[in-house]
Write a protein that binds this ligand. Structure first.
Ligand code: CP
Ligand code: NVA
Length: 320
């Protein structure tokens, strides 16, 4: 942290930031993305170091944080469970105490949310959730930015956040880390999530960490969830860490494949998103993810732009 910066913030869940902070971050992300596209150098994080700790596999999270940090003038340290003492039972609290004395920022992808919370509680520097069993806030940050980029007018203060108000996001699939994070976002930013999961895979409002259940509606039939939706989104049937359930999940989720029939229920201008990696023919049909309503490649790219804005915010605070 910069000496004198008193208020250290972590980003462990979507609800760790307020609506007004999201509005600011989306505007910073828009500016940072434009500069990147114009090959303009912007290096406010020179001499800053990000430690990235991966206890699960990653493509997008790794590349977006690493490339983003280098572009902003900083550097990264990449740690995995097997390649560090984390895999040899060093307590997470001790790891936090040590790592946070040497770097300025930490990103962690791990299993239980309690683990990242324990790390953050013993860290001297801000900690970012790069995915846990319960949440994936950086992904929803990118998803919302992508929605605004495609659907919201830009005013003097950036994207019109009212463009999200009253909108319907259809969630088709597992009541997992992505679904939980969508619910937190809906509660903070004023939209509704239509959730359809197979029996036994429902979202749990307590795990999702929402104040009330007003931000979502449950549908047994995924087609009904898609009716009138502004955005249809899904995720893998089996998340990382749940591989032992793979066969049972394949049976349970067979009717939860986003196909053109489901998309036809949504608004004609509805977007399709998927955090990726995708399994065509399982949770999404190829003609949907590769079709005209899909914005998955923008969504993946935007991970980098929004995370650059997030890192800038956590390390420097507001610009200007
Ligand atoms: N969407 C996402 O987090 O992708 P990775 O698992 O590749 O990081
Ligand atoms: N729900 C998925 C998201 C992957 C980016 C998982 O946790 O594996």
């Amino acid at each position: 942290m910069k000496p004198g910066m008193s208020l250290m913030k972590h980003y462990l869940q979507f609800k760790d930031l307020r609506a007004e902070e999201y509005s600011y971050l989306f505007e910073r992300a828009r500016i940072i993305k434009r500069r990147f596209k114009n090959y303009e150098r912007y290096q406010p994080l020179a001499d800053r170091t990000l430690a990235m700790i991966f206890e699960k596999a990653s493509t997008r999270t790794r590349v977006s944080f690493e490339a983003g940090m280098y572009q902003m003038g900083g550097s990264v340290v990449h740690l995995t469970t097997d390649g560090s003492q984390l895999g040899r039972s060093e307590p997470i609290e001790d790891s936090a105490r040590v790592i946070s004395r040497m770097v300025d920022l930490v990103m962690i992808r791990t299993f239980e949310q309690t683990k990242i919370e324990a790390f953050a509680a013993h860290s001297r520097v801000p900690v970012i959730n790069g995915l846990t069993n319960e949440f994936h806030p950086c992904q929803i940050l990118a998803d919302l930015f992508t929605y605004l980029e495609h659907r919201a007018p830009v005013g003097a203060d950036g994207y019109d956040m009212n463009s999200l108000k009253g909108k319907v996001v259809a969630w088709v699939g597992d009541g997992n880390n992505m679904a939980n994070t969508w619910l937190q976002a809906a509660e903070i930013l004023g939209f509704t999530v239509h959730v359809s999961t197979p029996g036994g895979y429902e979202v749990d409002p307590k795990v999702a960490g929402i104040r009330s259940t007003d931000c979502y509606k449950v549908f047994d039939n995924p087609r009904d969830a898609c009716l009138g939706a502004d955005l249809v989104t899904t995720d893998v049937w089996t998340s990382m860490g749940y591989e032992a359930e793979n066969e049972a999940r394949k049976t349970a989720f067979a009717d939860w494949c986003v196909d053109t029939g489901m998309m036809a229920q949504a608004r004609p201008d509805a977007l399709f998103m998927h955090c990726l990696p995708a399994h065509r023919g399982e949770e999404v049909a190829a003609d949907v993810i590769d079709g005209p309503q899909s914005v998955v490649w923008d969504e993946a790219e935007n991970r980098m732009h929004v995370q650059k804005a997030l890192m800038e915010y956590l390390l420097i605070g507001r610009i200007g």
